[in-house]
Write a protein that binds this ligand. Structure first.
Ligand SMILES: [Zn+2]
Length: 300
């Protein structure tokens, strides 16, 4: 059994925990879809409901998810759950999805970008992912909240949303097979989760600039990466995170840290950083979602 420790995450490579080859009796895949890493996206004009290109990019985002599903179906997948995981969590066009797909939409939800995943799935695919807030490269690089968070550490290691989500999936015994996004995002996930297949759909020049593939070429890159990921399913490691899980959140502002430190769960590490311990990734995820969601004025 190959045991490789990467920072605080223990990555168990293939062998004893290898996922079995696809049998004949149907297989379920979970696809988490963000938007910053969709081919062609470079600024908020494509990402927000007020952007002049948002409507068009909802179509392109849906088409990239559909490309991943088509490739997974060709490789033996029979059931698909897609988690709309950007902004309002209501970007994907439900009417454009095939009949064998169920869509997770709306927010807040306790497991955010991974809501709907359980241990019965045979693999996870990330589409449209972006690099982390501590990465100096990548279109719209951020971690969970571009406005509020300056770092997210899991067991002492700064992680990208993809690595965090892979750790959540790993705890359920499910491997991440493929990721798409810009080159920085794909490389960052691959550095923390070895063996994951990548589809690079753009090459960043900055936070709001990139050289991008055409939508057709982006979908082709995604189809190929998903096919490779499913074919190599037995060799891609499942992320095993050491428990209890220690999470460190660095806020961009001062007062969240001050107020959270009133609660014994949170230890104030410095002016902008709090730390908490959770019994597992599921609990860590719920606490993170609470921290990024709760406000006194929540209605209804
Ligand atoms: Zn997003």
């Amino acid at each position: 059994m190959g045991l490789k420790s990467i920072g605080g995450c223990v990555i168990v490579l293939a062998s004893s925990l290898a996922t079995p080859a696809l049998a004949k009796d149907g297989h379920r895949f979970f696809i988490s879809v963000d938007m910053e890493g969709i081919g062609g996206v470079v600024t908020g004009e494509q990402l927000g409901t007020q952007g002049f290109e948002y409507a068009e990019f909802r179509e392109l985002m849906t088409a990239e998810a559909a490309a991943a599903i088509a490739a997974a179906r060709e490789a033996g997948g029979t059931e698909f759950v897609v988690a709309d995981s950007h902004g309002t969590f209501q970007n994907l066009l439900v009417e454009k999805l095939p009949a064998d797909v169920q869509l997770v939409r709306g927010t807040p939800r306790p497991y955010g970008m991974m809501q709907g995943l359980d241990a019965t799935f045979d693999g996870v695919i990330f589409i449209g992912y972006h690099s982390s807030t501590t990465n100096t490269e990548g279109v719209r690089a951020h971690t969970f909240s571009s406005a509020r968070l300056a770092d997210l550490k899991l067991n002492g290691v700064s992680v990208t949303e993809g690595a965090w989500n892979a750790a959540f999936a790993g705890e359920l015994g499910v491997a991440v097979l493929a990721v798409s996004g810009d080159e920085a995002a794909v490389k960052e996930v691959q550095s923390l989760v070895p063996g994951v297949e990548g589809a690079v759909v753009k090459w960043p020049y900055g936070f709001h600039a990139a050289r991008v593939l055409s939508p057709e070429a982006s979908r082709q890159a995604i189809r190929e990466a998903v096919k490779r990921g499913l074919a190599r399913r037995g060799q891609i490691g499942i992320v095993r995170t050491k428990t209890p899980v220690e999470v460190e959140l660095r806020f961009k502002n001062y007062r969240p840290t001050e107020v959270l430190a009133w609660i014994p769960l949170f230890k104030r590490v410095d002016s902008h950083t709090i730390r908490y311990s959770a019994k597992d990734m599921a609990e860590a995820y719920r606490i993170l979602e609470f921290l990024t969601t709760y406000e006194f004025g929540l209605e209804p």
